[in-house]
Design a protein around this ligand. Structure first.
Ligand SMILES: Cc1cc2nc3c(=O)[nH]c(=O)nc-3n(C[C@H](O)[C@H](O)[C@H](O)COP(=O)(O)OP(=O)(O)OC[C@H]3O[C@@H](n4cnc5c(N)ncnc54)[C@H](O)[C@@H]3O)c2cc1C
Ligand code: SF4
Length: 331
């Protein structure tokens, strides 16, 4: 690990004054610093900042009319506390409970989870070329082991998946993220926050230099109350998703009135599926209608040598999530 300066600001103004790398739970940042993948010269431990709390949103700076009508979750809330909170929608609670391990969830924060880096093994191995870690050096996964990599949103420069389960659930539920920098505060839909790799895979989000995530807001909690998260992985705990689906569904008289869906483990960002949502609206809430809509999910997928199985897996996971909701079960 390289030498670095560390401070512990107690106000948000002090935290955003100085272009620090922020340390929250440290469960990703410290790992990557030990591996020399990240070598920040200045680190700010933000744990003393007033970024806690789970409750009704008391308004903010939303551009899309969601302010004042949502559930606010502070960026420093621990994953375990959010997973157990009764007001948090089921899709978010399940995405968190199915992430990492209880020890990690007790330490790791909501803000840190949303900004965690990819788990591509080549990114974490400084002896291997990786465009995300060292722009222009090449992508080892393209000709290497790419079983866990993405099939949607990829480019010739990077095919890494986005690792966060929480982000998938929040994107499906139209959540917004609030940010503060030295230029002031802003709010952005989480779905617009993440960037596909294109030819700049080192840029993963719209976070500006020195900007701090303060809160996440889930709009319309009543709509999000009928939601679920299904995660498929190689083992049943302590493992990232091969494929996951977050969905909320509104069914009346056996017909789908509204659906919100996003997928994880298959895309370079949390992958919202508006085509599937449109295909479901007005259709009967049946397995065959769900299977027909799920075909749309994989349009444009570009499988690599080892990850072609993710294409049918995404369709099946999607049908399973929708059936759980249609049957009123969130097993
Ligand atoms: C073995 C293992 C298994 C895991 N399995 C899963 C899994 O199955 N699913 C899953 O989703 N995750 C998984 N994770 C990832 C884990 O959830 C993240 O490491 C954790 O959520 C990061 O939160 P943190 O508070 O520790 O972040 P930190 O490590 O402190 O920070 C992570 C990044 O976020 C930045 N950051 C943190 N807070 C803020 C803020 N408020 N504003 C701006 N930037 C900020 C930091 O600068 C850093 O770049 C796993 C991790 C491990 C080690
Ligand atoms: S997939 Fe992305 S993160 Fe992985 S080696 Fe290629 S460029 Fe690096």
């Amino acid at each position: 690990m390289r030498q670095f300066d560390i401070t512990a600001p107690t106000t948000i103004d002090d935290a955003v004054d100085g272009r620090h790398t922020f340390l929250a739970g440290g469960t990703t940042l410290v790992d990557l610093m030990k591996l020399d993948v990240l070598t920040p010269p200045r680190v700010a431990d933000i744990n003393a900042l007033p970024l806690r709390g789970i409750g009704a949103d008391e308004g903010g700076h939303s551009d899309n009319g969601n302010a004042g009508h949502g559930l606010r979750i502070g960026a420093l809330e621990r994953m375990s506390d959010v997973a157990e909170h009764p007001d948090v929608p089921p899709a978010v609670r399940r995405a968190l409970t199915l992430s990492a391990s209880q020890q990690l969830r007790n330490m790791a924060t909501i803000g840190g989870n949303l900004l965690q880096r990819t788990r591509c093994g080549y990114f974490r191995d400084t002896t291997m070329p990786c465009n995300k870690r060292t722009p222009g050096s090449g992508c080892s996964a393209l000709g290497g082991n790419n079983r866990g990599h993405a099939v949607l949103g990829t480019s010739d420069h990077c095919v890494a998946t986005h690792a966060s389960d929480l982000a998938v659930a929040l994107v499906a539920l139209d959540a917004e993220v609030r940010l503060v920098g030295s230029d002031g505060a802003r709010t952005t839909p989480l779905a617009d926050f993440y960037r596909t790799p294109g030819d700049t895979p080192e840029i993963e989000t719209g976070l500006r230099d020195g900007e701090l995530t303060t809160d996440v807001v889930v709009p319309h909690p009543e709509r999000a109350a009928h939601s679920t998260y299904v995660k498929v992985r190689d083992r049943q705990s302590y493992e990232f998703a091969l494929c996951s689906v977050a969905a909320s569904l509104d069914v009346r008289d056996g017909v789908v009135v509204d659906a919100r869906i996003a997928a994880g483990g298959v895309g370079t960002i949390p992958w919202r599926l508006p085509g599937v949502e449109a295909a479901l609206r007005g259709e009967p809430a049946t397995e065959s209608a769900f299977a027909a809509a799920a075909e749309v999910a994989t349009h444009g997928a570009t499988p690599l040598t080892h990850n072609g199985f993710k294409v049918p897996l995404l369709r099946r996971t999607l049908v399973r999530a929708l059936l759980e909701l249609a049957e009123g079960s969130t097993r």
